[in-house]
Write a protein that binds this ligand. Structure first.
Ligand code: NAD
Length: 267
């Protein structure tokens, strides 16, 4: 069992979906959780309660729009004052699909800001403290689209490939910090395929509409194109992998991009 008592984790976008599932695993292992995301007060409070019930000794919500670097600075200052993050999960992300020729420039800018630049700013703020303590984990939630492309996803694919590259640079720069007893500093990406959360709903709805409004048929059709297992992932399965990456035993697993994609990128 991974013991995260005494550790503080910042999980961006942890009010729902994959972020909340990761935060729940870290909470159950005893970590203090800095909960974050775009959410109304009720949703934020519900996430905090969920994490306390899961076993977190302390969980608190921190606001901050990650498309705005000044708000990221404010977020990192507020979290730092509460307790510097030993574990950072850059999970928050957005998705919009359109052919390249029709993709609005503002959509490109927004997706690059939230899905890539935010991780840069957050890692820049968090990694030096991790190095001084000899333990740190950065887990960046990329995507299969950080490893292979699909049409109609130019900014998303560009941002996720960028996130994989950024993570490799950080992994190299911090690889020699700490030691086996402290756990070292590692920086890795998790690369999910289709996972059951709100972010895939517009794509599911569009495909379901083509199948006469049958949601299950729409999901099956999407899976049949690219995910050989033909099964969606549950967010908790991404959470379980994130928890494992936090364990001291994973001290030499760094600079990786681990697919959880039912064989998508094996093809
Ligand atoms: P989601 O839409 O349920 O969650 C996205 C989270 O990001 C929310 O908590 C939201 O508050 C936060 N967020 C969005 N914009 C923000 C902003 N400007 N500032 C601060 N927070 C912001 O989707 P999810 O599937 O849980 O997505 C989590 C991550 O997983 C994303 O990076 C996504 O790209 C990645 N991913 C998801 C899938 C999938 O199939 N669900 C597959 C591959 C990768």
């Amino acid at each position: 069992m991974t013991d995260l008592n005494g550790k503080t984790a910042l999980v961006t976008g942890s009010v729902q979906g994959i972020g909340l599932a990761i935060a729940r695993e870290l909470a159950a292992a005893g970590a203090r959780i800095a909960v974050h995301g775009i959410a109304d007060a009720e949703t934020a409070e519900a996430a905090v309660r969920t994490l306390q019930q899961a076993g977190s000794p302390e969980a608190r919500f921190f606001a901050g729009d990650l498309s705005n670097p000044a708000e990221i600075d404010g977020l990192m200052e507020a979290v730092g004052a509460w307790g510097e993050a030993d574990i950072v999960v850059n999970n928050a992300g957005i998705q919009k699909t359109a052919p390249l020729a029709e993709m609005p420039g503002e959509t490109w800018d927004a997706i690059l800001a939230v899905n890539l630049s935010a991780a840069f700013h957050i890692m820049q703020a968090a990694l030096p403290g991790m190095a001084s303590r000899g333990y740190g984990r950065v887990i960046n939630i990329a995507s299969v689209h950080g490893l292979v492309a699909s049409k109609d996803k130019a900014p998303y694919v560009a941002a996720k490939f960028g996130l994989v590259g950024l993570s490799r640079v950080a992994a190299l720069e911090y690889a020699s910090q700490g030691d086996r007893s402290t756990g070292g500093i590692t920086v890795n990406c998790i690369c999910p395929g289709w996972t059951e959360t709100a972010i895939i709903e517009p794509q599911v709805a569009a495909r379901a509409a083509q199948m006469g409004g049958d949601r299950a048929a729409g999901i099956a059709d999407l899976l049949s194109e690219k995910q050989p297992s033909q099964r969606l992932s549950d967010p908790s399965e991404i959470g379980a992998l994130a928890l494992w990456l936090c364990a001291p035993v994973a001290h030499n697993v760094t600079g990786t991009a681990i697919p959880v994609d039912g064989g998508w990128t094996a093809q």
